[in-house]
Write a new protein. Sequence first.
Length: 319
Amino acid sequence: MKEIRRDMITGDLVIYSSYRNKRPLDKVKIVGDFDSKEDEYSETCPFCRGNTEDIKEIKETINDEQGQWIAMSVANKFPILDLSIEEIFGEHEVLIESYRHNASYYNMTEEEFKNTFALLKSRYKELSQREGIEYVSVFKNSKRNAGASLMHPHSQIVSSNLLPPEIKKEIEVSDKYKIENGRNLYEALLDKEEKDKERVIYSGEYFMAFVPYATRYNGEVRVIEKDDLDPSQWTDEHIEELSYIFKNMFRNMEEYQGDIPFNILLHSKTVNKEIGKELRTHFHIVPRKYNFGGFELTTGLYVCGSDPKELAEYFRIKK
């Protein structure tokens, strides 16, 4: 089965081909990736508790009852952006999501996810208040094939005086939808998914997780916030529901496809609330099982062979 689909959020054209994922693949071992069965502590890891004395700028910590840190934000030693030039500037931090070296989204507890999102909320709030900042990007690279340089669980947060092109595109798509249809794109999408139910993984009071009908990324999952908030405005209830979703969804994802590499991209409201009024905060969870080939790179068209309904059935969180 082949058909053209359009991603409602990004506007991307996607060729859906149910046969593509059935192509034969050579059996090769991925060289240089991390071992998920590492110990809880590594002597050589700069992010393990007990090894952080060389970190020069600790921005914020979340501590346990004994006063030991369990999650921490630090200045990135090798920043993408800094404050050295005027044309493009910002700050770059690393969010260390657990003191456990062998923690991952596939095995983290709900409490560890709460710490992660609470730290994200706090750092987002502080970085977005800096003068001249237009946007705060949050992303996670899990495993070497997704761009991670260290195994220890961490995500990254980068403020910038420029609005990223990908966010501009999503704003343009949502603004156009409002003009043409008289309602918010994300509200319409949530209503459609709630009605169809087939692609929904979880629908709570504050967030919906689902497998999109069309996406450039094979196996992508999206989590959309139902309220019109940026991460700095999340309540404890938002964080609790988000942590419940991530903990249970990643458990189901691992059972279906193993602990494969992935990226998480948080697309949030802009700092200037007069821009992108129709945009809603949402996560793109992108598995890195497949890479783009020459067809995608030369045409700008994307081929997807994953069945959204089938994936949603495997990933679905049973209430």
